[in-house]
Design a protein around this ligand. Sequence first.
Ligand SMILES: Cc1ncc(COP(=O)(O)O)c(C=O)c1O
Length: 461
Amino acid sequence: MSKTIAENYLADPRIEQAKKLITDALKEHASELTGVRAGNPKLKDIYTQMLEDFSKQRGGKLFYDYIGSGIGNGALVELADGSVKYDFITGIGVHYFGHSHPGVVAAQIDGAITNTTMSGNLQQNVDSPKLFELILEQANKYGAGFDHLFMTSSGVMTAENALKMVFQKRSPAHRVLAFEKCFMGRTLAVSQITDKAAYRKGLPQTLSVDYIPFYDANDHQGSIDKAISMLKKYFTRYPGEYAAFCMELIQGEGGYWVGNKEYFQAIITECKKNNVSIIVDEVQTFMRTKEMFAFQYFGLDKDVDMVNIGKNSQVCATIYREDHKPLPGLISQTFTSSGSAINAAYYIINEVANKNYLGEDGKIEKLHFHFAKNLDQLAEKYPSLIQGPWGLGTMIGMTLFGGDLAKSKEFTFKLFDNGVLSFIAGGSPTRVRFLVPAGAATEKDIDSVCKIIEKTLNEMN
Ligand SMILES: Cc1ncc(COP(=O)(O)O)c(C=O)c1O
């Protein structure tokens, strides 16, 4: 009798059978989604009314006229008007295995049929320790030596928690450094770090933040020299006042700018001399390069203090070492995540870690190069309309119409109407970007998406 009743329950053949029935039904219905499709005219009025009511209820129009039906097939998703589109933005980087992936659905069922809906700090189920072990094992793959992680409910909460831990350790230091154009989220504190004036309009100043320009690939040494000289000035102007440098290694919302190892190392060395902790925000980059973490891609394993993950990981977390461990009471949450999300997180991270996604010959690199090759060809054919591609791995973007905001936005709406979900990023230039669902997308999907991009460009020309 070494097993719990729950273990016997979950191993009950009826559960296995029920799961099989569900996944078989899902596969059968999902297989009807074979390509982009216009909406069903019979659903048009109901859908239009639903969009209108929902926009009113939520206090503003949705970016796209998008309400999902609840099913998809790989990179394809069905909307509630019966239309089918390629989802190449995935909820801004969440649905990494696309839609209705049988493995993800089965993992969610495992979480959904247990005793609780939400896990929290007081009561967590056996799924949490299993997930924590996997994430720490992956974070320590090249010897980073992380000891702990704190699970939370959103990307921005990982930033809040990391900042609180760093401020407590470095007290009374209270200033923060960040890169220009960075995005970290929108709480009252973190809106002060996110480098976008509109996102903090009317808010009180809760944090003092100073910025340095992000890496410019066209001026490698100049980028390093400028960053170091600015850091030195800040450290002289406010001695002992800086607690943290918050950094994205590949800027997401800022416009898909890719950093550089030497540049980061120079900055980190200067920060370490001044007792400044390094918080790396991987909410968008986690699982998107040929390494599990972008800090591993740039070889910064020993250099970074706190690493935040979210989006693709389904649950959000701050990973850190013993030296940043908070005192009791500093961080806690009633909800950390749902059992379904925790199980889906384990499934997705485990697949990416062990099934040919990572490395030089992994699926992430292959998808990137295939997409990049297609975009290069479009750029050659339409040099005045499209430039790029930018980004790394499954973060890929292009500049259209010289980066004009209004035209780029118009393009994303027309692309949506033609059957592809994308989004904009950055400003001066604005970019159109994709967050490719690596667990679902094929090279054929990318070819189809690129044909629709070309058609849409021609419509706007
Ligand atoms: C780099 C980065 N950090 C933090 C966040 C905030 O995540 P959330 O919206 O889950 O709070 C985002 C969201 O886009 C992000 O891209």
